[in-house]
Design a protein around this ligand. Structure first.
Ligand code: T1G
Length: 693
């Protein structure tokens, strides 16, 4: 019988089956919680029912609380009450799991007597990714099932476990067949109808005598990864409560720790980011029913660092790649680098030898440009020189299939100027990968003035297919992420002439949450590759003099820092003296800067550039910009990204500070500040066709 719009209860042969059906992921919305509440009450009241199966229709078991309801007034049956009802059932209950039982979904399964899962199912408590902790008993029940150490890993790291691992941990009681979950769950339950029942909350075997040293050891092991995040520490505290307090007191402690997180700016930021990341796929003027351009074979032009990394993305998902170079030695080097990368994964146990061979078998190195006539998507990844790219695209125009997608990996050149070298600009699109291309999640898809919407949609789709977060950009200098971060580098290089030294600036950026400071990053990338030209260098800046001195960074043993033979960095007295000398020439009085001032100096101009990108319609929406900076530059996700963070700082404060720094605040920033509207919710008007100063 239909319980409500998302829950149905059927009884057969003494077994009640409560089926939830609430697309897209059976999240614990008010309707779902009401369905559970009413469904279980009906099943418990039905005297013919001896046992209850909880199962979901659609793609997955319950994937957690409904995050979209978090900031709304609560309605429907409270989750804790629903879980208490299930846990108090006088009849045994089995959770039949497929897809992903996550967060509140797994917590619901943990109040059932048993859990059975399909082989492909995954189970996890990933609330930490939302800046939260499992707030429906997960921190108290999971340790009682799998022990404190495994529970800490699952909750503080947030990675789901596969069904077979869950079976080994005792988190599930049986693995069913992939396509007979319900029948197998019923059969399993029938074997348990007379079995003695022990609620997880009453178990102590897995937590008794837990060595308290575990917790500080876990903190120490993950100190670097948890830096700046609040949720992991609260999760550790909740598990400590689970192994030291009676269950009900532990639940009270969990609630305290949960609500502390829920009210935090960090969790608001990470909940915002969860949806922001998914919004990037939604391009307003791309019809949802655009026929997809099939991509079955990929060509990559250039076997250098970027070309090789790009090729690996496609090999990793089983797509054949033809990689083309001009010279045999370059081609051999490129293939050897890919092989070495994969071998490294095999050595670290992240890839099997078979997978290694499968990937390499899909790679076809070639010196023959003509072979690109057989592929569906061609990505050019050669040196950043416009004339060279135009020459390549002119050749592609003659060689590529009529419906091939012609993509350039350029990081800042004018995609329209490249497209103009062909007779088919509608087939040309930017696909800007970030180095290392096989690791970084951001892919900027750059839409040229004439790029066909189908080509844009195909580039976005193939980006998702290779595991990237694809963000759409219009043509402008630096697109979104590089354009946004250029002002931070400029501000940093200006600031070291006023007092703070590179290592102090880098420390403040590390404390803010970046994985690396701007000067350490410059030394890593190489001072010489960020636009230094020996022919025209005129000792006009610190970075130019460093380059002229051959201090190109890590690869030369020194740049802003000095490096030992293990590339360990130390502040460089040479760089410091050079900076002092330059500062003296500028006549600027050196002074100490607070960390807050350094953050403002470096990051407010970034926010301003983001507002300009929105004014110009280069990005579709502010949240896309935040996603690009988090995934392109490691902007700490617990801030939500630069524009979400700016709203927390205050737009008027930022605009005023920019003026004091001598920057012109973007009109959009000023307008939103005056209207009291948040920047991170801004959506561009009709995106501009192209923006080139
Ligand atoms: N709430 C609301 N909407 C959700 C959702 C959720 N928990 N999970 C997914 N969606 C939407 C998503 O926005 C998208 O919508 C669509 O579903 C498909 O998602 C009490 C407090 C389940 C592995 O953190 O990890 O439980 O864009 O594109 O790649 O202790 O979604 O189509 O309109 O990601 O196949 C804990 C979050 C919540 C799981 C599927 N649970 N979700 O991945 O599809 S907090 C989570 C995921 C909690 C308790 C606490 C993934 C997925 P649209 P998708 P996918």
């Amino acid at each position: 019988m239909q319980i409500n719009s998302v829950a149905e209860l059927d009884v057969a042969d003494g077994i009640a089956t409560l089926t939830l059906d609430s697309a897209p992921v059976n999240a614990l919305s008010a309707a779902v919680r009401d369905g559970l509440d009413q469904g279980f009450r009906a099943a418990i009241a039905d005297e013919t029912v001896q046992g209850i199966v909880l199962i979901c229709a659609g793609r997955t078991f319950i994937a957690g609380a409904d995050i979209s309801e978090f900031d709304k007034a609560p309605t429907g049956a409270p989750l804790h009450d629903v879980l208490a009802l299930i846990e108090g059932s006088p009849k045994p209950v089995v959770a039949a799991i497929h897809g992903t039982a996550l967060g509140g979904g797994l917590e619901t399964a943990l109040v059932c007597d048993y859990r059975v899962a399909t082989p492909s199912a995954k189970l996890g408590l990933p609330e930490v990714a939302l800046g939260l902790l499992p707030g429906a008993g997960g921190t108290q029940r999971l340790p009682r099932v799998v022990g404190a150490e495994a529970a800490l890993e699952m909750m503080a790291i947030g990675k789901p476990v596969r069904a077979k691992d869950a079976l080994a941990m005792g988190l599930v009681d049986a693995i069913t067949s992939e396509d007979a979950l319900h029948a197998d769950a019923v059969a399993f339950l029938k074997t348990k109808l007379d079995a003695p029942r022990t609620r997880i909350r009453d178990r102590t075997d897995k937590i008794a005598g837990q060595d308290p040293a575990l917790f500080d050891a876990f903190r120490a092991k993950h100190a670097r990864a948890f830096k700046g995040f609040r949720a992991p520490e609260n999760i550790i505290k909740a598990v400590e409560a689970a192994v030291t307090l009676p269950f009900d007191q532990g639940m009270k402690r969990e609630a305290e720790l949960f609500w502390e997180l829920f009210r935090s700016r960090e969790s608001a930021a990470q909940r915002y980011f969860f949806f922001a990341e998914r919004q990037t796929a939604k391009v307003p003027d791309l019809a949802a029913d655009l026929p997809e351009i099939p991509v079955k074979r990929v060509g990559v032009i250039g076997a250098g660092t970027m070309g090789g990394g790009i090729a690996m993305n496609f090999l990793n998902v089983g797509l054949p790649v033809t990689i083309v170079e001009q010279a045999q030695d370059a081609l051999d080097r490129g293939v050897a680098t890919i092989r070495r990368n994969y071998q490294g994964s095999v050595d670290k146990g992240r890839m099997s030898a078979e997978q290694f061979e499968q990937r390499m078998a899909l790679l076809t190195p070639s010196l023959d440009f003509e072979v690109l006539g057989e592929v569906d998507l061609i990505i050019e990844a050669v040196f950043e020189k416009l004339s060279l790219k135009q020459e390549i695209f002119a050749r592609l125009d003659k060689v590529a299939k009529a419906d091939a997608i012609l993509a350039t990996n350029t990081s800042f050149l004018d995609v329209d100027a490249i497209a103009a070298a062909t007779g088919r600009p509608e087939s040309v699109v930017g696909m800007h990968f970030f180095s290392p291309a096989n690791v970084m999640k951001l892919l900027e898809v750059v839409r040229g003035a004439e790029t066909d919407p189908q080509v844009v949609a195909a580039a976005m789709a193939i980006g998702r297919r290779i595991g990237k977060v694809a963000v759409l950009s219009r043509v402008c200098d630096g697109f979104i992420a590089n354009r946004m971060m250029a002002p931070r580098m400029a501000a940093a290089q200006a600031l070291i002439l006023e007092g703070p030294l590179p290592w102090e600036v880098d420390r403040v950026m590390l404390d803010y949450g970046f994985p690396m400071g701007p000067f350490a990053m410059l030394d890593l990338v190489g001072l010489d590759v960020i636009g230094w030209d020996a022919a025209t260098s005129s000792s006009s800046s610190v970075v130019e003099v460093l380059c002229e001195m051959g201090r190109w960074g890590q690869k030369k043993g020194g740049g802003y820092y000095d490096y030992d033979d293990k590339r360990r960095a130390a502040p460089s007295p040479i760089a410091e003296q050079l900076i002092r000398d330059f500062a003296a020439k500028t006549g600027v009085t050196q002074r100490a800067f607070s960390d807050e001032e350094i953050v403002a100096r470096l990051l407010y101009p970034v926010v301003n550039e983001g507002a300009r990108i929105l004014e110009e319609g280069v990005a579709i929406r502010a949240s896309d910009v935040d996603v690009a900076l988090v995934y392109g530059y490691g902007w700490p996700v617990f801030t939500g990204g630069p524009l979400f963070w700016a709203d927390g700082v205050g737009l008027a404060k930022i605009a005023d500070a920019l003026e004091e720094m001598g920057h012109a605040p973007s009109p959009l920033l000023r307008a939103l500040a005056e209207q009291g509207k948040p920047l991170h919710q801004y959506r561009s008007a009709a995106p501009a066709a192209r923006v080139i100063e």
